[in-house]
Unconditional design. Structure first.
Length: 455
């Protein structure tokens, strides 16, 4: 991660990956910032400041810029300088904007950095306005994407390859497209802003955000749930029809804590089935479907960052043991790569098809959100939920994978407190102990069950 730290326009930010993406990417920097809060919250702060400085200010169809929108990608070079490509920056990302709010509020929970919080509040509010005013293309309540220029990306979620949103028959879904995980991010962003508004005494804004989040939650469940498959559809297409491919995207709804517990457990069973879980990780697309190809870019491969968000989702619903299974699989995979470094992605062949991980030849390595993935998976297993403004830390159902008997976190930073925590596995249980605490006293609670989200 240190190797990927760059300066662009005089600001430090983490670049996406080497060799193909050695530039600032909004989505990648935000997810990496979230993953690395456990070890270095400065990565999150730098990403937020950089992206706020490049936040959309006007309507520009060539660059797909809109007021409040967070950029997708910034490139340098001759093609950018001559205007032949729109990456100066380019804003064709439907999820970077809600992810900005999610990281902003999560950063404050870890650090209670009030100075940065006040500085970036206008940017967070502009991002919220983009969700409300520009994100919904057709007024149906869902945030969709459709490129405005032939130079833009056809698909603008994290699976942004041309075939990254496939129908059951393998044909690409037609835009405008409402991705399921994006609706989850937008619900989560509104709830988080509601919590922040309550903290600073803006009750009317808090009520507005809460009401919008609750309404979208109900509409998401009605529009995307697939009873027979036991999971949520990948997306809604231009005709508001479900894109019914069974994918990893539904796992991000657990990360956002936006679905009922019973359905969350059904989604988890689908994700951890033999068709979705390869033994080394959760595939982007479940095996057995027509578009499935374990050697494809987005339709059957395993992406560590995707697995880390899903693992955190398992933790949110009290399923730390499933998070530990994901971590174990990813750890077994990383042991087979150079420097124990997880690459951007690897092929989705399962352990029954051979004991070795099959590399994806052109994966970036190092890749920022692959490098940060193990940190978030570890946090998910340990059930770490800090609240620095309230000077508390919850440990919910802490769990260690089978390959780890004892684990120590030294100098864990939560607000102005530094903690050393030790976790020990004994039989079926996991015991947590505070070995050292410096700075402001912190209340620590160990809980059994799921971590609830305040609304």
């Amino acid at each position: 991660m240190k190797a990927l730290s760059i300066f662009s326009d005089g600001r430090r930010v983490i670049s996406a990956g080497v060799p193909w993406y050695a530039s600032p990417f909004g989505r990648d920097a935000l997810i990496t910032g979230f993953q690395s809060l456990l070890v270095n919250p400065d990565i999150a702060r730098d990403a937020l400041r950089f992206l706020a400085a490049h936040q959309g200010r006007r309507v520009d169809d060539f660059r797909e810029e809109e007021p409040g929108k967070i950029m997708h990608e910034l490139r340098r070079g001759e093609l950018a300088r001559t205007g032949d490509v729109p990456h100066t920056p380019y804003y064709g990302s439907v999820d970077s904007t809600p992810l900005f709010i999610i990281l902003y509020t999560e950063y404050l929970r870890w650090t209670n950095d009030r100075v940065t919080g006040e500085q970036l509040l206008p940017a967070a509010e502009e991002a919220l306005r983009w969700i409300e005013q520009y994100g919904d293309k057709d007024g149906d309540g869902f945030v969709e994407y459709q490129r405005k220029s032939e130079h833009g990306l056809r698909n603008q979620g994290w699976k942004d390859s041309w075939d990254g949103v496939p129908n059951l028959d393998g044909t690409p879904a037609e835009p405008p497209i409402a991705l399921v995980e994006v609706q989850g991010y937008c619900i989560d962003a509104r709830r988080r802003m509601a919590r922040l508004y309550r903290q600073i005494g803006r009750r009317e804004d808090a009520v507005r955000c809460t009401s919008a989040a609750q309404l979208l939650s109900r509409r998401l469940d009605d529009a995307f749930w697939m009873e027979k498959a036991g999971t949520y559809a990948l997306a809604l297409d231009a005709g508001k029809r479900q894109v019914q491919s069974v994918t990893s995207n539904a796992g991000h709804l657990l990360f956002s804590r936006v679905i009922p517990e019973q359905r969350a457990r059904s989604v988890a069973r689908t994700l951890m089935s033999a068709d979705s879980f390869s033994g080394f990780g959760i595939r982007t697309l479940s095996r057995g479907q027509r578009p499935y190809n374990p050697l494809s870019y987005h339709n059957g491969t395993v992406w560590p960052h995707d697995n880390s968000l899903i693992a955190m989702g398992f933790s949110n619903y009290g399923m730390q043991r499933l998070a530990a299974q994901v971590l174990s699989g990813q750890y077994d995979a990383c042991r087979q790569f150079r420097h124990y470094r997880l690459p951007e992605r690897f092929c989705g062949m399962g352990r029954g098809e051979g004991d070795l991980v099959v590399s994806y030849p052109v994966s970036c390595s190092p890749q920022a959100w692959a490098s940060g993935a193990l940190f978030l998976m570890l946090r998910a297993c340990l059930g770490l939920y800090p609240d620095a403004p309230r000077k508390t830390l919850k440990l919910v159902n802490p769990e260690l994978p089978q390959m780890i008997r004892r684990l120590t976190l030294e100098q864990l930073r939560i607000g102005d407190t530094r903690l050393t925590l030790q976790f020990t596995r004994s039989g079926e249980g996991c015991f947590a102990a505070v070995r050292e605490m410096k700075g402001d006293p912190l209340a620590i609670r160990i809980e059994v069950g799921a971590q609830s989200e305040e609304t």
